[in-house]
Write a protein that binds this ligand. Structure first.
Ligand code: SF4
Length: 438
């Protein structure tokens, strides 16, 4: 059997990155080798994201370009997966006659069979949702390969239905993976040389709460931390309403848990939080932040903010600004609100003008940039353990991540990639730190 070449483009969150890694591993069994350019490929896959407005248009434009490659390579197979595929399904096949297959967020495992059909001219769209028990067997798992840091999916889906968000519609309800499967996967990864795992899920901190017999997320963290050889644990994303005292206590008790947490606030005004259906108040959010800071002094906190949600007044926005200053985020992923068709907020009428949204967003970004730089400078002259992730942007440089999640660049040999090394921080910039190997 001849080898095939696979080109895959991944958009959106780490869940999609993890799905793409799983696809590459799964298709390597069918002798697909990864290539860096669509022109070299005989299979092109787009793993799409629909969280931001205009996502479908971007996918359509990209597909139009890629389909033109079929004029040069008649054997080329083109597939679309991820959240846009989940939403659009058959319509993608109708709109793009040169697309061969469409797979959803629950049907990645069907890909090998769909590819075989595609090679015989059978075009398929598979976007059904699987029920809870079936899905527990379908969780993406790595092959126990790799070194350095690896993603490990612990749960998928979301039950929260924030009024602006499409995720519950394209990823389905929350399902937690069996704890024994997670522990077994991490043991295999550690045996292969992995020193850090990043636990993934749309709401990792609601892990286990809908399934009898599963540990809570805090209990799972303690079981993972007890595994010999594993040195670091991170997780993302957390929901403020599920950030329990039990979970916060892990930051006090588990040195392997990195000093970093991502806790999206989305807004600082209770009126806006209620319209967003976030399920917590500003006071609750700040209480959780303060508890985290007490449990792990110096913890870096990153957040997500949506600016210009429908009906957001100037006073509401000022509350968001004051929240940002009070929390002192290490970084904030901030966006101007844009409606997602199919969500409740898409029907909200008090939409702000584009100009007003951009003006508020620019103010928020400017404030946060100052805070980020101050925090980055606080690392100057400190010693940090860096997990080396790869080659840096400049010749002879390596790039890695500190316990805080900060990116650190320093001179060193590529043989250090995948290892933890001590570095002293010598310069601090807006987006990264520079250090020297000790
Ligand atoms: S918690 Fe809200 S924002 Fe996050 S995935 Fe669920 S619905 Fe979307």
């Amino acid at each position: 059997m001849n080898a095939h070449s696979l080109y895959i483009e991944t958009y959106g969150c780490q869940m999609n990155v993890n799905d793409s890694q799983r696809i590459v591993a799964m298709l390597s069994d069918d002798r697909y080798q990864l290539v860096n350019s669509p022109v070299e490929a005989d299979l092109i896959l787009l793993n799409t994201c629909s969280v931001r407005g205009g996502a479908e248009e971007k996918v359509y434009n990209r597909l139009s370009n890629l389909c033109s490659l079929k004029k040069i390579n008649k054997q080329l197979v083109i597939g679309v997966g991820g959240c846009v595929a989940q939403q659009e399904g058959e319509q993608l096949l109708e709109r793009f006659p040169l697309v061969d297959l469409v797979f959803g967020t629950h049907t990645v495992h069907l890909l090998p069979g769909m590819l075989q059909d595609a090679r015989h001219g059978i075009r398929r769209s598979e976007t059904e949702f699987f029920d809870t028990e079936q899905r527990r067997d379908l969780f993406p798992a790595t092959r126990g390969e790799g070194r350095g840091s690896q993603f490990v999916t612990v749960m998928q889906g979301c039950n929260n239905f924030c009024s602006y968000c499409i995720v519950p519609f394209v990823r389905g309800r929350e399902v937690s993976r069996r704890a024994e499967d997670i522990l077994e996967e991490i043991e295999r990864l550690v045996a292969a040389g992995v020193v850090e795992v990043v636990l993934l899920g749309q709401n990792v901190n609601s892990y286990g709460i809908h399934q009898d017999g599963q540990p809570s997320f805090a209990q799972l963290l303690r079981q993972i931390a007890a595994l010999d050889g594993l040195q670091r644990i991170r997780f993302t994303t957390s929901h403020p309403k599920d950030m329990s005292d039990e979970l916060i206590a892990c930051y006090a008790d588990l040195p392997k848990l990195c000093s970093q947490v991502q806790l999206p606030a989305q807004a600082g005004s209770n009126a806006v939080l209620a319209r967003m259906n976030r399920g917590y108040t500003r006071e609750h959010y700040l209480d959780r932040i303060n508890a985290l800071k007490q449990a792990r002094p110096g913890i870096t906190i990153t957040g997500d903010i949506i600016v210009g949600f429908p009906g957001e007044t100037e006073a509401d926005f000022e509350e968001t600004m004051s929240l940002v200053e009070e929390v002192r985020y290490a970084d904030v992923y901030s966006f101007a609100y844009s409606p997602r068709p199919g969500t409740r907020a898409a029907d909200f009428t008090e939409e702000l003008s584009k100009h007003e949204k951009q003006h508020r967003l620019a103010r928020l970004i400017a404030t946060q940039r100052n805070i980020t730089l101050e925090i980055n400078r606080s690392f100057l002259h400190t010693r940090q353990e860096i997990l080396v992730e790869g080659i840096g942007k400049h010749p002879g440089q390596l790039s890695g991540r500190a316990d805080s999640g900060k990116t650190v660049n320093f001179s060193g040999e590529p043989a250090l990639i995948g290892h933890l090394v001590p570095v002293v921080i010598t310069a601090a910039y807006q987006n990264s730190l520079v250090g020297e190997l000790i």
